[in-house]
Design a protein. Structure first.
Length: 73
């Protein structure tokens, strides 16, 4: 989302597919970090093709909760 036109929050549809910018904003990490984690298999992601990766809020909650359990954030 260029410039994050809409404010991204944890509330919203669990079915909505979020792009790397929106997903990274929720996790408060850089988009490049989230791309790296997905490429390395460190976080779950939905691959729509070779250049399209998306996340849902439940996937992001899973990432967040796992990181909080390990004390990474």
């Amino acid at each position: 989302m260029s410039g994050l036109r809409n404010i991204i929050t944890w509330q919203g549809s669990d079915d909505e597919l979020l792009d790397v910018d929106a997903a990274a904003a929720l996790l408060t990490v850089a988009p490049s970090t989230l791309r790296y984690w997905a490429r390395e298999g460190k976080v779950p992601a939905i691959r729509l093709g070779p250049r399209a990766t998306r996340w849902t809020r439940p996937l992001l909650r899973e990432i967040r909760d796992a990181a909080l359990d390990r004390g990474r954030f």
